[in-house]
Design a protein around this ligand. Structure first.
Ligand SMILES: Nc1ncnc2c1ncn2[C@@H]1O[C@H](COP(=O)(O)OP(=O)(O)O)[C@@H](O)[C@H]1O
Ligand SMILES: [Mg+2]
Length: 262
């Protein structure tokens, strides 16, 4: 079964990972097993997006290797990755005048030849994907006119239509209200494909992730189950915030209550 393996990556925005003054990813290693839901947590600017960009073959690491299914992704064509890895980013693509169904159908592109039209199968997958995200009936709406939350779900539908083996999500719940935050994560979890997601809300991360990696200043500082990772010491050290941690009364997941004394 395919797995993602980030092996001792170094990367920096300007390509000088020996320079110590600027942000850089250093010695970052991370694995996502088949069917595993892995969360990446860390403060703003800690390097989550930078690490994910390496994972989906957008940024080329200066050191280390990104392997998917035991292949070094930089030794494979970008299309090879696009057939296997789908990405849901924080910012929305410029979809200009595209309709919702056209945006979702873009997920089929890596599986088709340059001049192939949509097949019945493609159309079926687009419908299924829209159904999964609760947007059946929105096919002919202009993407640009949707709310942030609806756009986010269309982009997830596009990723589903891609039929990926691995899903990479960069703060996927940011534009969503609580109901759709939960629905999106439940839906992703039900897919049972490998998932790597940066998640801002630590209670959501605790509830949905099998394992968490914590990144700070470009370094992965610890990893493990939410129970192992989410401690008051870690939250103090990494996020600089005091918190109470107990068990969620219904589910037993670690529950974080921020201590906010004015
Ligand atoms: N292409 C880039 N050019 C310049 N700086 C960048 C670039 N990408 C990331 N950075 C810097 O790297 C640091 C980490 O950013 P990022 O990976 O976006 O963190 P996070 O997603 O955890 O908030 C930030 O200081 C950011 O400004
Ligand atoms: Mg980010």
């Amino acid at each position: 079964m395919p797995t993602l393996d980030l092996h001792h990556l170094a990367w920096s925005p300007l390509g000088h990972s020996h320079c110590h003054h600027q942000f850089q990813l250093r010695d970052a290693s991370l694995q996502v097993g088949a069917g595993e839901f892995v969360g990446l947590i860390g403060p703003n600017g800690s390097g989550k997006t930078s690490l994910l960009r390496c994972a989906y073959r957008f940024s080329k690491p200066e050191q280390g290797e990104v392997r998917f299914d035991h292949q070094n992704v930089w030794k494979q064509p970008s299309r090879w990755c696009a057939q296997r890895i789908a990405v849901v980013l924080q910012e929305f693509p410029d979809a200009f005048g595209l309709r919702v169904d056209e945006v979702v159908a873009m997920g089929r592109t890596p599986h088709k030849g340059l001049f192939d039209g949509d097949t019945q199968h493609d159309r079926q997958l687009v419908q299924q994907a829209l159904d999964s995200v609760g947007l059946l009936g929105f096919e002919d709406h202009a993407f640009a006119t949707l709310s942030g939350g609806e756009k986010q779900r269309v982009i997830l539908a596009r990723a589903l239509a891609q039929q990926p083996q691995l899903l990479i999500l960069d703060e996927p719940t940011n534009h969503l209200d609580p109901r759709y935050q939960l629905e999106l994560l439940k839906l992703v979890k039900r897919l049972q494909i490998g998932t790597l997601a940066s998640i801002h809300d630590l209670n959501l991360a605790a509830a949905f992730c099998d394992r968490l990696y914590v990144i700070n200043h470009g370094r992965i500082i610890t990893s493990g189950t939410p129970h192992e990772v989410l401690t008051t010491e870690l939250l103090r050290e990494v996020f600089g915030v005091e918190a109470l941690i107990d068990a969620h009364p219904l589910s037993g997941y670690p529950r974080i209550t921020w201590i906010t004394q004015p």
